[in-house]
Design a protein around this ligand. Structure first.
Ligand code: VAH
Length: 310
């Protein structure tokens, strides 16, 4: 059984990845690492600290005999624009710490990149696996450089680091924080609360999105794939569904009344710099990726789950 460390454990992805890893590998084989205090809803061994604290990370890896890391800590795109230096420090120094520890302790690493690694000069429709990476947000820059760094550590030190470029992730358990794609989650929350919603991107804004269950399955599939199937060591394109903000509002309206006003702010420019749809045929061919949630199925489950939660 692997002994797994999840960093950024109580964020949007971590809070769903932890129970999935515990179910697969045993509750005691997963250790959570986060700056935040463990929420009561989690039953998992927890270490609190900062991702830039190399000494602390080392201590945890030795103490728990860690051999696998899902490194999820990240400041997202919108929040990142408020403090580019901090974003660089957390996203880049954090990743470099994990990669250096991977060399020292022979760790297998998962690290999420994002479609934010792309920029306005990237082809926006069916964005190819190998294409222009000229991101215009600091978050996107940390993803672009992070991909190159993962590739480098694989080539130079043989680190088994695996990565995928996530689209916007939609989930009900823990809200995202500070991302540009957060509007898609917020729309569901407001609909279930019976409130109106003011959307910070234009109604015609189309972005690639994915339901969290698909994202969790993708991470576990990628990490389980035999090593010879992993041909890409920068980061795999990955996608599920693309829809506009208005198409999402219409879909939610089939279940619940929701009045949406569109008042684009600085996040519009970020959204406009990203692809609208992604070619993820390499992930499908190399390790069998396929998505299960389309817009209808995702909307139905999101509303059902949020009704229970709220
Ligand atoms: C963000 N959710 O909005 C992230 C994501 C594709 C976007 O990486 O910043």
């Amino acid at each position: 059984m692997p002994k797994i460390l999840v960093t950024g454990a109580f964020g949007q992805i971590g809070s769903e990845l932890i129970p999935a890893l515990q179910a697969k590998h045993g509750a005691n084989n997963v250790v959570a690492f986060d700056m935040a205090v463990k929420p009561n809803s989690f039953d998992v061994a927890t270490e609190q600290g900062s991702i830039v604290d190399l000494g602390k990370l080392k201590e945890i890896i030795v103490k728990h005999n860690i051999d696998t890391v899902y490194h999820l800590v990240s400041i997202l795109s919108a929040k990142g624009e408020r403090d580019p230096n901090l974003t660089w420090q957390v996203n880049m120094d954090g990743l470099r710490n994990i990669l250096n520890l991977a060399v020292e302790y022979k760790l297998k690493v998962f690290w999420p990149s994002s479609i934010a690694a792309f920029g306005p000069t990237t082809p926006r429709d069916l964005t190819p696996q190998h294409t222009v990476l000229e991101p215009t947000t600091i978050y996107g820059i940390t993803k672009m450089v992070g991909e190159a760094l993962c590739h480098y550590y694989y080539l130079k030190f043989g680190v088994d680091v695996r990565s995928m470029r996530f689209p916007g992730l939609i989930s009900w358990k823990t809200e995202p924080g500070g991302g540009t794609t957060d509007y898609a989650v917020a729309m569901f929350y407001e609909a279930v609360k019976g409130s109106d919603y003011t959307c910070f991107v234009h109604k015609d804004t189309i972005l690639p999105m994915m339901y969290m269950d698909d994202a969790i399955r993708a991470m576990i599939m990628l990490m389980d794939a035999p090593v010879e199937k992993i041909a890409i060591r920068t980061s795999y394109n990955l996608t599920a569904i693309s829809f506009s903000a208005e198409e999402l509002a219409i879909e939610i309206n089939k279940h619940l009344p929701l009045a949406v006003k569109y008042e684009p702010d600085f996040r519009q420019r970020i959204a406009d710099s990203w692809p609208q749809s992604i070619d993820d045929s390499a992930a499908r061919a190399d390790w069998g990726w396929h998505h299960e949630f389309d817009l209808q199925k995702m909307a139905t489950v999101m509303i059902e789950k949020l009704k229970e939660k709220l």
